[in-house]
Design a protein around this ligand. Sequence first.
Ligand code: ADP
Ligand code: MG
Length: 322
Amino acid sequence: MQEFSLIDRYFRVRAGKREDVLLGIGDDCALLKVPKNRVLVVTIDTLVSGVHFFADVDPYDLGYRSLAISLSDIAAMGALPSWVTLAITLPKADEIWLQSFSNGFFDLLEKFSLELVGGNTTSGPLCITTELHGFLPENKALKRSGAKVGDLIYVSGTLGDAGLALKVLKKEVDNLSLAQRQHLLRKFNRPEPRVFEGQALLDIASSAIDISDGLVLDLSHILEASQVGASIFVEDLPLSFVLQKEIAREMAYELALSSGDDYELCFTIPPERNEDFLKLCSRFECGFKLIGVVEKERGLQVKYHDNRIFPLARLGYEHRWS
Ligand code: ADP
Ligand code: MG
């Protein structure tokens, strides 16, 4: 199949039709109109076969997940997503694979009324890059740098499910039922970017980040950028039923603290805004959990309620070059 018929068939068909896209797929560049008094928000993510996903991944999940990951970054800024570009490197033009990838990508894209406005298609080892654009009002954003001493630390959803899913995929855990495995794999393969939650937090939270590399590592980014420290409590970590019931408690804590890929939000709420925040919570299904507090003394303390330090085996996921 030719490059251009491939683009037309699998990417142009469901690209979308927003009014602010003056020129979409088909020319050398897209022409996009940023609304008045809005700032353009941009993020890009690459997924490499063998590093970020297994080569035999379900292509539907890969299409869905690659967009979800960028949406999660937009959510963490409190922004409204608008336009996507997609760079895809394919070892071969497998039509069944492409149709399924495209279905996963567009099923999520349509949930957020986004438009695919361009991209790049090349042959080579499988690799997906999504660049996502969005808007924020001027002088408003959920940055990493806004946390203040005394702010309350919250996370959305549950943590550690994607990490346990990875153990299931690697066959390191085999005592789970089919339903439990499906729950975990769904959380790993189809993360739900907290886009509407992020937007609602824009006027309330003092800082935010999405948890891609593990809570401890990602919360530490907030603490460093804000030049503060924090304590969080393992008994307060939000654990799904599977993590609560089926694995050793310490292992569940370890996964919730340091495994990545959950794409939940971690954010800080000034105590005087907590009541407003709690009112807002009922609008969302994902749930939010108070896990700790921002402190003056630098560094992150992971503790039990009785103040014993939790012995963390690893901090989180970091790419390494040898
Ligand atoms: P150029 O060589 O000028 O960069 P291309 O020939 O690579 O343009 O692409 C033609 C058009 O198709 C461009 O508008 C480009 O943005 C779009 N495009 C290419 N690949 C994709 C893709 N995977 N998804 C969406 N649009 C794509
Ligand atoms: Mg060109």
